[in-house]
Design a protein around this ligand. Structure first.
Ligand SMILES: Cc1ncc(COP(=O)(O)O)c(C=O)c1O
Length: 405
């Protein structure tokens, strides 16, 4: 078996092979699914030593499962691709993106302050706005694509423990300068957590830009087929220890099941291939929408009209991702008509599936967000989000054009 640590493989090859460790005892080509809740001890001594952390035996699947660990190694390898000495990092799988995000925030920021990006996935925003304060975590929201606003906020809240951003914001597609933010946050004693769901490690690797923790809804591009709900964190092992993340995950219980982990491992194998197509298609669709007479504005980091296009070109590799959002001149009424008329595109929330999904953030994914915050962040009532699939771009464009009339 090829030693991945010694041979510098391309990202594409890593995504096909990530997570492999040793040959399975029966020579299974794919990782076996250890569909079991508990594991058998040889004797009481071995069981006691396992509980004391003095041997590597598995105990109980809420504490660890070999199929889930395979996935954790794979995600860690992808997010730390290109980092020398990446074995100081660890991947942690969760039962959903929200389980990963909330467990991460609670373990890092309890008793302190979070500065969060103004535009965030609706449930993340709702958690920080409504639930986190009850756990002793206060949050202020700021447009993190403006580094000066962030600096002012860090000065205003010296007790800040965490700066929370999305590498590409859902659904405004705003891009933040992860490198500058990480430097600034570290100068103020705060950690940086980046939700990298929209970009995936194919386009952006926040850890290489100085971020401390990467979060994922693996439900999306990492899984790739819309068959799993899952989440992940990748961070340094010493931070896992310092923040008691294993204990939080074990006791909050938001773990991944082995079958879901297996589906995700298979999804990862085609990550690079799929992302290339998502991204190429999204660029073509964004250009065609931008030139359509009934479209008011398109937000896609690959377009020169995007406010952070230059920054996106610097920090993104291999293209600009598969999601875009747009507003029609006819506002929500026209957007609603379009979403009801599409035939190839599917009206559904989520993203990162091989087929194209369209949805209305204000009444769907971001409806749980505080309304004032939502509008201030630019998530207007007329905004439509399109997660471009890997069909042929011409067919997606044709469908949108026929729906636009
Ligand atoms: C950017 C982002 N982060 C997190 C989540 C939450 O992930 P999950 O639905 O897997 O809990 C989502 C879901 O849409 C998302 O878009």
């Amino acid at each position: 078996m090829i030693d991945l640590a010694k041979r510098k493989l391309s990202f594409n090859s890593i995504s096909v092979h990530a997570g492999k460790k040793r040959k399975d005892q029966y020579g299974s080509h794919l990782p076996p699914i250890y569909q079991t809740s508990t594991f058998v001890f040889d004797d009481v001594e071995q069981g006691s030593l396992a509980f004391a952390g003095e041997n590597e035996a598995h105990i109980y699947s809420r504490l660890g499962n070999p199929t889930v660990e395979y996935l954790e190694r794979a995600i860690c390898e992808l997010e730390t691709y290109g980092i020398l000495g990446a074995d100081i990092y660890q991947g942690m799988a969760f039962g959903s993106g929200m389980a990963a995000i909330t467990t991460g925030i609670i373990s890092v920021a309890t008793g302190g302050h979070v500065i969060a990006q103004d535009a965030l996935y609706g449930c993340t925003s709702q958690f920080l706005f409504e639930e986190a304060p009850k756990m002793g975590i206060s949050t202020s929201f700021v447009d993190t694509s403006d580094i000066f606003l962030l600096e002012m906020e860090l000065k205003k809240y010296p007790e800040t423990k965490l700066v929370y951003i999305e590498s590409i914001a859902n659904p405004t597609m705003a891009i933040s300068d992860i490198e500058a933010i990480s430097e600034l946050a570290h100068d103020h004693g705060a950690l940086v957590l980046v939700d990298n769901t929209f970009a995936s490690p194919y386009h952006i690797q926040p850890l290489t830009l100085g971020a401390d923790i990467v979060a994922h809804s693996t439900t999306k591009y990492l899984g790739g087929h819309g068959s799993v709900i899952g989440g992940a964190l990748v961070l340094k092992k010493e931070m896992v220890e310092d923040c008691h993340l294993n204990t939080y995950r074990k006791n909050l219980g938001g773990i991944s099941g082995p079958m879901d982990a297996w589906l995700l491992v298979n999804g990862l194998k085609t990550l690079a291939l799929r992302m290339r197509q998502h991204s190429e298609n999204a660029m073509k669709v964004a250009q065609s929408l931008e030139s359509h007479h009934s479209v008011k504005k398109v937000w896609y980091p690959g377009l020169e009209s995007h406010p952070q296009h230059d920054l996106a070109s610097q920090i993104m590799s291999n293209g600009f991702g598969g999601v875009l959002s747009f507003e029609l001149k006819g506002g929500f009424k026209a957007g609603k008509e379009l979403m009801n008329k599409v035939e190839l595109c599917t009206l559904a929330v989520s993203l990162g599936t091989v087929d194209t999904l369209i949805q209305h953030p204000a009444s769907m994914t971001h409806s749980v967000m505080n309304e004032e915050l939502r509008l201030k962040a630019g998530i207007t009532d007329g905004l439509v989000r399109l997660a471009v699939g890997i069909e042929d771009a011409e067919d997606i464009i044709y469908d949108l054009q026929q729906a636009l009339g």
